[in-house]
Ligand binder design. Sequence first.
Ligand SMILES: Cc1cc2nc3c(=O)[nH]c(=O)nc-3n(C[C@H](O)[C@H](O)[C@H](O)COP(=O)(O)OP(=O)(O)OC[C@H]3O[C@@H](n4cnc5c(N)ncnc54)[C@H](O)[C@@H]3O)c2cc1C
Length: 371
Amino acid sequence: MAKGGRPDVTIAGAGVFGAWTAWYLHQAGLRVALLDAYGPANSRASSGGESRILRMGYGVREHFTRWSIRSLQLWRELSSLTQQEIFIPCGAAWLHPAGDLFAAQTVEAFKAHGVEYAALDPAALVARFPQFAPGTSHALFEPHAGALLARRAVQVLVRWLVANGVQYEQRHLRPDEPSDGTVVYACGPWLPRLFPDLLGHRIVPTRQEVLFFGVPPGVSAFDAHHMPCWVDVGSQYYGIPDLESRGFKIAHDVRGPVIDPDTEPRTVGPESVETVRAYLAMRFPALASAPLVEARVCQYENTSNGDYLLDRHPEKDNVWFAGGGSGHGFKHGPMAGKYMAGQIMGSMPVDARFSLRTKLDCTGGAATSSL
Ligand SMILES: Cc1cc2nc3c(=O)[nH]c(=O)nc-3n(C[C@H](O)[C@H](O)[C@H](O)COP(=O)(O)OP(=O)(O)OC[C@H]3O[C@@H](n4cnc5c(N)ncnc54)[C@H](O)[C@@H]3O)c2cc1C
């Protein structure tokens, strides 16, 4: 158990939401025990991927722009504290059709919150980033966005917590285990299985495939010094430059079939590779025949509207939920943890958008995009 006796708070799930919740509760002086069934940011966890985009652009959902700005500071502070590289400041480009509403709304939010940006027409985009074949796409470029080294970031955070008094144990916590103290189930895509009556229809885990293509020999144009993360608003493809020479990452944001995170096979079929390659050839012609060097299968844990679930169990006062990352939650881990800890300690006002009651039945269709 946590140093100094029985824990005040037990957190099941050492993904990004659970680990940052542990951080804030620990900073507040509480005794915290952190458990994970498979290990922090394990290969089945949603936080277990190599990299995640941190962007400020959220259209009209300005609360997430604010959370991105603040979370980036907190990730940077963690990086300084632990002397580990966590954030790669390569920027992010939104590819969008001329006159796109989401891009216009995002620009308004950027102006309101002082986020630096550049609006690039197709010629300016290709002049700045010749890797792209823009066609008729424009781009909204955020120079201060970038990529988080996701798995490393969570593991670095958990190591720091353990070194500073949080007890970590590899253990599967059952939903009916009795506890005198507070328990947080920060179990991401496992939440609907753990609490089927309450969450089985409110959080839907979907299969998401991620492909990494090898860059041509001797070419550095596709690394994070030379190009940004990118999101293609129309096609719903997105990608991250070649980080640490692991390949150019590309994925489709469209929700896949519903899966079980424990047992889902984590391999990708040739038809998926060919579909992605067709897009790659169109948008990044120099990579048209690039070899696939790695593939991963992860899952989104979708809510009806893409807002997270950070709330108390409706019938058990000492039980809390943190999850519903919906394909975009990683970047906000620090703020989600701060909010969660604030709710538990009663020191922060409730924001209805993170409440259980705003999570509707989404078995017939969750939020269809991470934007
Ligand atoms: C392919 C993909 C791309 C993404 N891209 C982005 C992006 O670019 N930017 C972004 O911000 N976000 C992105 N996301 C979303 C983000 O990764 C998730 O929202 C976030 O990682 C969810 O974290 P979590 O802590 O809620 O869940 P998880 O990381 O899944 O953690 C839950 C943990 O709970 C543990 N657990 C489960 N049951 C139990 C139990 N009973 N007892 C103990 N432990 C248990 C699991 O082992 C797991 O480690 C992406 C997600 C995917 C899958």
